[in-house]
Design a protein. Structure first.
Length: 140
């Protein structure tokens, strides 16, 4: 019997234009600058083929070289400035929406939890990355 997937949702309001938010979310050079949950991690490489059926990969590594992994998936929905969905290599789904409200864009990310780490830990890690994204965009 297959266990039902738990969905986790995180959110950040970013003071920026939809164009800048979208560019920073989908451009490898930007992703490499914000895609880490803490300062002892980094993303030394990223690739994006932003189309339905296209693949993305971000190489995430501990700065001390002790551990690293590829975070990758296939895009299933790409609606510029509004919505992205993808499926990770382990078949978990992720949905990101971008909603403009005045001079800010609210980014909401919902993802299916994996079974190795607690939902609380996963939520905290993904939120830390999203908070880094917000700081990166607002510094543009």
């Amino acid at each position: 019997m297959q266990q039902e997937m738990i969905w986790i949702t995180i959110q950040a309001s970013v003071q920026s234009s939809p164009e800048t938010v979208w560019k920073c979310w989908t451009t490898p050079a930007d992703i490499m600058q914000w895609n880490n949950a803490s300062d002892d991690w980094h993303t030394p490489s990223a690739s994006v083929d932003l189309r339905v059926g296209g693949q993305f990969t971000s190489r995430m590594e501990a700065r001390d070289g002790s551990f690293g992994f590829d975070f990758s998936g296939i895009y299933t929905i790409v609606e510029p400035f509004a919505h992205i969905e993808y499926v990770l290599e382990d078949d978990r789904k992720v949905s990101i929406t971008f909603v403009q409200d005045g001079d800010q864009v609210t980014v909401t990310e919902a993802f299916q939890a994996e079974s190795e780490n607690s939902a609380e830990l996963q939520k905290a890690g993904w939120q830390a990355i999203l908070d880094n994204f917000k700081r990166h965009v607002e510094a543009q």
